[in-house]
Design a protein around this ligand. Structure first.
Ligand code: ADP
Ligand code: ZN
Length: 297
């Protein structure tokens, strides 16, 4: 049975794993993210000699995902400057001589959940992660959606809550985008303490749920997902999910009724694969790259 390599490339750590076609993760290590010159040899070494059929990469973005483009699989305007313009896909293909699939980290996580997790019974779903940044993965008809490059749903523009004490969001590009107002660093800037130390402050989570719900209402209107997954460090706050559901209900104002929206507990859900949805999605990307190259699963 073929084995697949999976890389979840993040701004702080690189998670390397080996999995099979059932999505079972057989091995997993984490390597700190430094510059490409410092980090790539360790990643390549991990995957070498493991008799892999293909590799899948879920990578921080933005990434060029236009298959017709000469820059396909290249990291674009990343805030991690040393990774900017790094052709990560090509480097893996050349060094390992294997089929390699690539997508964004959030599309990979959305895909892992869609194939093996809590969105496997629907065809259209979204995955929102709220951590150091805010990311949006979109699955349409069972496949990650790309378009021009891929959605950047963390950077949609918000109506500010009138009582928001933060003057400007933390995103260097946009004063009022979702990531700038609702990421972990935004919470820290607004309230002067780390998000994980603010569990008992009701105002913090009501403000957070207000912005998350506003974004979710926009995603519902535009994408019409059949289920929505919320993940990332900030969502470890257990009070968040009920608050977000309540705010979504309030902000939608009954405009869409029936369907999943009658049962928000089953419509807006937490992650179901623990910490593995990203690498499991990367395994699926590897399986697809293998099949595209004539491999039999
Ligand atoms: P990353 O986005 O870097 O992959 P995380 O998803 O863990 O990693 O996001 C880190 C951010 O989430 C930080 O801003 C941190 O303050 C926040 N965070 C992590 N754990 C919690 C928690 N239990 N409660 C609230 N915020 C948290
Ligand atoms: Zn922004």
């Amino acid at each position: 049975m073929p084995l697949f390599g999976a890389l979840e490339a993040g701004g702080t750590k690189m998670v390397c794993a080996v999995g099979n076609a059932q999505g079972k993760i057989l091995d997993r290590v984490s390597i700190p993210t430094r510059t490409p010159e410092e980090t790539m040899p360790g990643l390549l070494n991990y995957f070498r000699g493991k008799d892999l059929a293909a590799i899948g990469i879920g990578c921080f973005g933005p990434i060029d995902l236009d298959r017709r483009s000469p820059g396909y699989g290249t990291i674009m305007s990343s805030p991690k400057l040393s990774w900017r313009n790094f052709a990560i896909l090509r480097r893996f293909q050349e060094e390992l001589d294997l089929p390699v699939g690539i997508d964004t980290d959030v599309n990979a996580a959305a895909l892992g959940e869609a194939v093996w997790g809590c969105t496997r019974e629907v065809s259209n779903s979204i995955y929102i992660t709220v951590g150091t940044g805010v990311g949006l993965g979109v699955i349409i008809n069972g496949r990650p959606y790309h378009g021009m490059i891929h959605p950047e749903g963390g950077h949609i523009f918000m109506d500010r809550r009138p009582d928001d004490p933060m003057v400007r969001g933390v995103c260097p590009y946009h004063p009022n985008c979702l990531e700038g107002l609702a990421s972990g660093p935004a919470i820290e800037r607004r309230w002067g303490r780390k998000a994980e130390e603010l569990a008992d402050c009701t105002a913090v989570w009501e403000m957070e749920a207000y912005y998350m719900a506003q974004a979710i209402c926009s995603y519902i209107m535009m994408i019409s997902p059949e289920r929505i997954i919320l993940g990332g460090g900030v969502m470890h706050q257990e009070q968040m999910l009920p608050l977000v559901r309540r705010e979504v209900h309030r902000q939608l104002r009954g405009y869409i009724q029936g369907k999943g929206l009658d049962d928000l507990d089953n419509y807006i859900v937490p992650v179901s694969l623990g910490d593995n949805q990203g690498v499991m999605g990367a395994v699926k990307l590897a399986m697809d790259a293998y099949a595209e190259n004539g491999g039999a699963l």
